[in-house]
Design a protein around this ligand. Structure first.
Ligand code: ATP
Ligand code: MG
Length: 445
């Protein structure tokens, strides 16, 4: 993408309404525009990151054996009357009436609808296990939408629902979600710690929230700081292997890590003092096992092997896709701007032409741009007729992890400069070597 032809409405001033750094940088970098309290347009740069995050979520869900579908944002109230949640949900639910006087709502979550789909088409244990998920906009009329996309009213969520024949199979689905979530967040450059949580309006007693540690987080968290060192890494997971998956969950949930809702001072006191930490965290996901709460209320049953008919065992599992942009920025920035992890960056690399209009510099930039594209990498090429300082400031603000700087002086010696946004370290090399270096960094992406 050539910056001269892109739409990147960068703000020079700090927007007064933004209280936290991620919100400030998302506005300044021209990623989002607020349209109403808690409702945003996703401008091109923000949209690219959102799509990238979605892509990682999809890949990891499919890897775990889960199946994507798409349910609508608007739902009939009658489904929610069946579960009893139409009245329970309260003011957070946006209620709408259509021209025929039918009660509708903008879905805050989809347990009822997915249960309705299930009961319409599945009736035998032979069709289980089954996990269906979608990535779809939700609406919750939050009392205090704030912090930009972190607490929106309209927000994008991945929500998945498992259907299993018995409790053990459903608990395996729960564990499978935990492991697939760990991998998902790690690919985004995040450490998200599973913490034992309370269940709220979804119901059920087995539940973990995934928290990214950050000063600006809305949840108070209590943890043994050794959990922050646990990494799933590239290990091979067989998602059908119940024991292997359960072992990984055990590894990640044994050390003390809880939110204020489930915090237990007496147990926490047993953590060695040097490791006992109290902090704040951003909830980027939550998994629930709730058994037959919805299937019983809505008549979603299956015939088992021995011929009896039982309500299907279920759980639901959510990732805050749009909130993740804010969480990633809170975890990865400096005073000049965002520092995108390679996994989610909107463009893998930026090209800065120090002297637009100089024949050699222009030709070298074009060459780099095309050579990167041939490697499947779309660079953001700053081809504007601007001062070098302004170009660097924009690149630093929007946070691309790598920058190639091209100028007549370097070219006279046959080199360009490759700079890491995170460390600030620069290295001179030939343009060919620069392309090879960037290609190698993104080889596994
Ligand atoms: P919170 O406690 O932050 O209000 P929640 O527990 O009500 O969230 P869940 O029902 O667990 O939310 O939804 C799954 C995920 O969706 C959450 O873990 C969070 O990352 C995201 N999410 C929930 N509410 C919002 C919101 N208002 N704006 C952006 N993301 C949200
Ligand atoms: Mg939650």
């Amino acid at each position: 993408m050539r910056l001269s032809r892109y739409f990147l409405p960068v703000l020079k001033e700090n927007p007064a309404e933004a209280q936290i750094v991620s919100h400030r940088y998302m506005l300044r970098a021209g990623m989002i525009k607020q349209q109403a309290a808690g409702i945003y347009s996703w401008l091109p740069l923000g949209f690219r990151v959102l799509r990238r995050i979605e892509e990682i979520v999809h890949q990891e869900q499919v890897r775990a054996g889960h199946i994507p579908l798409l349910m609508p944002t608007l739902q009939p109230a009658d489904l929610w009357r069946e579960s009893g949640r139409y009245d329970d949900y309260g003011e957070e639910m946006l209620r709408i009436r259509d021209r025929h006087g039918r009660d509708m709502l903008y879905g805050p979550t989809n347990e009822e609808m997915i249960t309705d789909i299930f009961r319409s088409h599945v009736s035998s244990y032979k069709d289980l296990p089954l996990t269906l998920y979608h990535i779809q906009w939700k609406f919750r009329d939050e009392v205090r939408p704030r912090f930009g996309v972190m607490r929106g009213r309209e927000f994008l969520m991945k929500d998945g629902y498992n259907f299993d024949v018995d409790r053990d199979a459903a608990l395996h689905a729960y564990n499978r979600h935990m492991v697939s979530y760990l991998r998902t967040y790690e690919r985004m450059g995040l450490t998200a710690i599973p913490m034992r949580a309370a269940s709220g309006p979804i119901g059920g007693d087995n539940t973990h929230e995934f928290l990214v540690l950050a000063q600006t987080g809305e949840s108070e968290v209590f943890y043994d700081d050794r959990v922050t060192g646990l990494k799933l890494g590239a290990r091979d997971i067989d998602y059908d292997d119940r024991d292997q998956v359960a072992k990984v969950c055990e590894e990640f949930t044994t050390l003390y890590a809880r939110t204020d809702e489930t915090h237990d001072e007496a147990v926490f006191d047993q953590v060695p003092e040097a490791h006992r930490k109290v902090g704040r965290g951003i909830e980027v996901g939550q998994i629930f096992y709730f058994g037959t709460k919805y299937s019983e209320a809505m008549g979603a049953t299956v015939v088992t092997k021995d011929g009896s008919r039982v309500p299907v065992e279920m759980g639901s599992h959510g990732i805050g896709v749009s909130r993740l942009l804010g969480a990633i920025i809170e975890a990865s920035h400096d005073d000049k701007g965002i520092i995108w992890p390679e996994g989610v960056t909107p463009f893998p690399v930026g090209i800065v032409n120090l002297k637009q209009g100089d024949g050699a510099a222009d030709a070298a930039c074009e060459g780099l741009y095309k050579a990167l594209r041939a490697q499947g990498l779309e660079a953001l090429y700053d081809d504007r007729d601007e001062r070098a300082g302004a170009k660097f400031a924009t690149m630093d603000l929007i946070g691309l992890p790598w920058r190639i700087t091209v100028g007549p002086r370097g070219l006279a010696n046959g080199v360009v400069e490759v700079t890491s946004r995170r460390t600030g370290d620069s290295e001179e090399m030939s343009p060919e070597a620069a392309v090879a270096r960037i290609a190698q960094i993104y080889a596994g992406r």
